[in-house]
Each structure stands twice: as C-alpha cells, then as structure tokens.
Design a protein around this ligand. Structure first.
Ligand SMILES: [Fe+2]
Ligand SMILES: [Fe+2]
Length: 265
C-alpha cells in the first residue's frame, strides 16, 4: 500500500485497534520518506460504512457514571474518557482526508499529520491507563463525538467549523484546567502527556482555521460571518459556552472578531 487514500480507507473500515495504529504509523513513515502517493482515484464510501471496535461500549452521556478524580476509579474513568476522545480523533482526521477530495496536496498532508499525532496521543494515554490497571475498552465511552462527523459528511466548511474549530478548540479551553487538577494528584507522567497533547492540538486547530479560510476564499464567502452562521446552524442556534482560551485560540487562527463574538454573552 502506498496511496494515502488506501490507508484512509483501511483505517476507517477496519475496526482492529492495533492494525489502525500500525497503518497510521506506516502512512506517516512513507510520507516522511517521500514514498506516499496522494492521487485520489479510488471511490469514496458513505460515512455509514465506517467501522468501530466492539469495545468500548458506547453510551449516551446521561448513562455514563460520574466519578470524581479523588478516587482511583475516578482517575481511571478520566483517562479512559480521554483515550476515547483521542481514539475518535484518529477517525476524524482520516475521515476529513478521505471524504473531501480534489483539494491541494497540502490539505492531505496536514490531516495525515493530525491522524499520526492523534494515534500518538491515543497510545500515550492508553499506556498510562494500563499502568493504572485498566485498558481502553474496559469502561463504556461517550457516544456523541462521531455524530458531528456524520452531520457534516457532505460539507467541508461545516466539518472544519465543527470538528477542528469547535470540538478540538474546546480542548484548548479545558485542557489547562485538567492539567492543574492532575498536578494536584502528583501524577507527573499524566501532566507531561496532557501538556504534549495541548501543544499538538493548537496546531490541529490552526490547520482547521487555515483550511476554513482557504475554502471561504474559494467559495467567495466572508469567513467570520460564515463561521458564526455555521456554528449556529449545527448547534441549533446555541453558541458554544466559554470560558475560552483566547490566547491559544488566537495562535490557532481565530480572529479577534470571532473571539469577541464567542465571548459576548
Ligand atoms: Fe489529540
Ligand atoms: Fe487533535
């Protein structure tokens, strides 16, 4: 295999976790060696064909047990939830690359980098989880994340708004607080993993902002107005809630006007 879309196809349609991690690392390695092809000749399957592992069991948020970080079970549940977010993030990166064709080669290189980094994040969290005595899949996980991909499967501007510029940007807002909390648990290894993830995520959001602006130029749309309209459309007129990490969001390509709008109540 040496075409990026064949790797994407395999990563989205085969459920095996180890195979997905190996394929993602292999695609990245071939790209680094200049041996990965980006010509998009293969057909695109519908998003309903994407396959997930049998475990973890996926539950609606209201059925998930709420546990505090103060207990060992709470710490396990916290890292398990993070592992799941990173696992779905691998799918989200492969899916934007796979589903939206005919873009500049840089688009595919950027999202390949994201897929590779999400796989690293997942592996870092999973090995931390194993040290805490459980594995990914041992607890149920949040069902909601993938729905945003399904909702935006036919609209690249919507996908860029909702995934990198909303869900991943939310990570920039909440991760510094999580780092503070786990620092109080004297979990230095966990602190290091989360700091690494936070730095990488700023770049993922920046890719989202850059491609969002590029698409607006292509479609002759005003970017700030389009961003607001898309967010309101996909969240039933509810604006995302703050507080926002304004500094990291500025570094990740949000404009002062977008942030002013997000911050106003
Ligand atoms: Fe990540
Ligand atoms: Fe990310």
């Amino acid at each position: 295999m040496n075409n990026v879309f064949d790797f994407a196809e395999a990563c989205l349609h085969r459920a095996d976790i180890e195979e997905k991690l190996q394929l993602t690392a292999k695609a990245w390695q071939l790209y680094q060696q200049g041996e990965l092809k980006f010509d998009s000749l293969s057909a695109v399957q519908e998003i309903e064909q994407v396959c997930f592992p049998d475990k973890p069991e996926l539950l609606a948020p209201r059925y998930m047990a709420r546990r505090k970080l103060g207990t060992p079970e709470g710490v396990q549940a916290f890292y398990h939830a993070l592992a799941h977010i990173e696992f779905i993030a691998i799918y989200l990166a492969w899916d934007i690359l796979y589903r939206f064709r005919g873009l500049p080669e840089k688009f595919y290189q950027d999202w390949l980098r994201v897929a590779y980094e999400e796989a690293l994040h997942f592996e870092l969290i999973r090995s931390h989880l194993r040290k805490l005595g459980i594995d990914y899949g041992d607890l149920p996980a949040h069902q909601g994340l993938w729905e945003h991909a399904q909702d935006t499967a036919h609209d690249l501007l919507a996908r860029l708004t909702i995934i990198p510029r909303c869900m991943e940007a939310r990570g920039l807002d909440v991760t510094p607080g999580m780092i503070d909390k786990i620092r109080t648990l004297k979990d230095e290894a966990g602190v290091k993993i989360l700091q690494r993830i936070l730095q990488d995520e700023q770049q993922h959001v920046l890719f989202g902002s850059e491609w969002f602006n590029q698409q607006c130029r292509e479609q002759q749309l005003e970017p700030e107005a389009t961003f607001k309209a898309m967010l309101l459309k996909y969240f039933n007129n509810n604006k995302p809630k703050g507080p926002f990490n304004n500094e990291m969001r500025l570094n990740a390509g949000f404009t002062a006007n977008e942030l002013a709008w997000l911050n106003e109540q």
